[in-house]
Design a protein around this ligand. Sequence first.
Ligand SMILES: [Fe+2]
Length: 424
Amino acid sequence: MANDTAFEMATSSIRYGAGVTREVGMDLAELGVRRALVLTDAKLAASAPVATVLSALEEEGLTFELFDRVRVEPTDASYRDAIDFAAAGDFDGFVAVGGGSTIDTAKAASLYATYPAEFLEYVNAPIGKGRPVPGPLKPMIAIPTTAGTGSETTGVAIFDLVEMRAKTGIAHRRLKPTIGLLDPENTATLPPTVAASTGLDVLSHAAESYTATPFDTRPKPDRPLMRPAYQGSNPISDVWSLQALRIVAEYLPRAVKHGDATARGRMLLAASYAGMGFGNAGVHLPHGMSYPVSGMVRDYRPKGYAVDHAIIPHGMSVILHAPAVFRFTASACPQRHLEVAEALGADVSKADPSDAGSILADRIIEFMQMLDVPSGLAAVGFTADDIPALVNGTLPQHRVTKLSPRPADAEALTGMFEDAMRYW
Ligand SMILES: [Fe+2]
């Protein structure tokens, strides 16, 4: 079978600047929206960013309803709740104000309210049926209040499928928000633990997309329309991913420890840059392995997260695997692993390619220690006895695991989970 020879750069429009949230009413009117659904979570519902959005909509004379039941780390049930609300309300546009959980929930609500279907119809195969989004969706404006997922730039919506205790998602270019409004004022009150976790998600998005297997190693699709959103590393994604890494290295520790406006603004940009990179190239094993880990959480409750249930925040569950993965994958493309380490500030001038994995892993561990992240899976409640179930939960995540530059079977995954138990 021939390999693909083309790749595509798809991303949302992005507007950046302090105060741009106030422009959302103008944007919706410009897009022809008369009746909007504003989605957020219960904690943010009373926050300044949501108040700013609602007053901007009022000023423009738009009608709207507020849905504030987005679940942090959403589930199929919480998606359905939002979908039902959206389907009943006859909305012609959507605004998501929050972190990746909220923006992803808005994507699902928009999709199923516009093209109703059984829930698993659009969910990624092999867990769901993987049916492409049938047609255009209504305008959506995403206003992130964390600097992490890059969901404002991507066509991906992730959730926990509770009966399988695993995360999966819906991925299609048509899910991309129409506009992402990046406003540093909206991350002013981000708790340090949330800034750390979401910022390490940015780091991993960029490192994974830069080291993903190249787009021209993937089989050519039967029809161009079937080309996946996650195409493999490619020359355009590379630019965004590398620059995101440089910004993370310079500004993430400062954004977490001091929270100053400059550092917060740079991290919002880095999250979007990495979103443009991974939204087209894809992520691989650190994300694939994180999905069963967050699905199998027992009683871990991180500081700074106002939630009524145990969670391992997404960025934390991802970064806990990154050092183990890059030690494993480096032999497939050592030069790319060294370039990632260098963009993150490591001195690679005298590095031997055979050391690429350990140099990159060590640099990531330094960031984890700097930002007070748990020292491995053991510190968030897992033991060696959990590894077979974690491996079984990772194997079906084909959409991302197949982008690993070095194929990983059950034995290799077992080795990486063992390595990830404790780094220091
Ligand atoms: Fe992520």
